[in-house]
Design a protein. Structure first.
Lengths: 190, 151
């Protein structure tokens, strides 16, 4: 599994036994993937912070149920995603304007270029951001994991616990929907 | 017209776009796309979109977030424990206070029978509501979708 999200079993064992030092180490190592995965699912900074921190709290509270002999991250990710779904449902119940809370959560890869390129880049970024925001959480998740975060099919399959073939099929469906959203937003294929 | 399984073609298209395709599958996909212009057009469009999303990344938060992340997690865990203890203590005190007050009121010979009846009804109602709330929480906890996910 990717070194960004791989946690050795002895750390997991220590956490399971209530070792706060090991838990601190775990938080330090997984806070960035946790935050970015929550950001991919929720599409806004505040919820991503809330959900990623809450995930660590849930991990600590359920540490006795952890199996140190199995990869840690898929279990962690299941908790994270469940919390995202709960948060999302809560927001839908409150009928909050989802779009307004999804402002600016992606950015172009840093590149030196001329100002006119930068303007086009900004417009394109806005279009991509809006289109991704309109997708379902599952569609957004798979596109972000693959394209924005650069995980391989194998890593995604392990992370979200689905076969590699399903990763590809889900990507196809998600990209088709993304294409439709981009066209609605005014994107013209060249 | 090709006779390939559409699901396999879609998977090959994705693997090709993402650079995770074997050379044999790449050659097969090329052949398929040559014979299917509509599919070839879709492939090109999805490939271009992938290039666009690939050039973006998730926005980096302010660096302070990482500096305070650990501390905030531990603070929240502490507060959680604090709230649990506080709630248990408050519930016990509340029940004790209610029981003492009820005992005094119900044994007061000066108090009218209808007032005693109203007090008993209100107390019984409060207990039923409390039990119902607890039962609902336990039920939801038991039926929560991911509760028993064990890795």
């Amino acid at each position: 599994m990717n070194s960004r999200i791989h946690i050795e079993s002895d750390i997991v064992k220590k956490v399971s036994n209530g070792d706060t030092g090991a838990f601190t180490d775990l938080v330090n190592r997984l806070m960035k993937p946790a935050y970015f995965h929550a950001l991919a699912l929720m599409g806004n900074h505040e919820d991503a912070v809330e959900v990623s921190q809450e995930t660590f709290i849930k991990v600590w509270n359920s540490r006795k149920r952890v199996d140190p002999d199995r990869p840690f991250y898929p279990w962690f990710y299941t908790i994270l995603k469940r919390l995202c779904l709960n948060q999302h449902r809560g927001r839908s119940r409150k009928k909050e304007d989802v779009m307004s809370s999804l402002a600016s959560w992606i950015e172009p890869e840093a590149e030196d270029g001329n100002p006119s390129d930068a303007v086009i880049e900004q417009e394109q970024k806005k279009m991509i951001e809006d289109s991704l925001s309109r997708l379902s959480m599952d569609d957004r998740e798979i596109i972000v994991l693959k394209d924005l975060e650069g995980y391989s099919y194998k890593e995604i399959a392990e992370m979200i616990d689905i076969p590699i073939g399903t990763v590809m099929s889900r990507l196809y469906t998600a990209r088709k929907r993304f294409k439709t959203e981009m066209e609605v937003a005014g994107y013209e294929h060249t | 017209m090709n006779t390939h399984n559409p699901e396999r073609i879609r998977q090959m298209m994705m693997a090709s776009i993402d650079g995770e395709i074997s050379s044999a599958d790449e050659a097969e996909l090329k052949r398929i796309l040559l014979g299917d212009p509509k599919r070839a057009e879709e492939y090109e469009q999805l490939k271009n979109l992938k290039m666009m999303t690939f050039q973006t990344k998730l926005k980096e938060p302010a660096p302070e977030l990482w500096d305070n992340f650990n501390r905030r997690v531990f603070t929240k865990i502490e507060r959680g424990i604090g709230w649990i203890l506080f709630t248990i203590g408050a519930v016990v005190l509340l029940f004790y206070g209610a029981w003492t007050a009820l005992s005094e009121l119900l044994t007061d010979p000066e108090l009218a029978w209808w007032l005693k009846t109203a007090i008993v009804a209100a107390a019984a109602g409060a207990i039923i509501l409390f039990v119902s709330l607890i039962r609902e929480r336990i039920y939801l906890n038991k039926h929560e979708r991911y509760k028993d996910v064990i890795r």
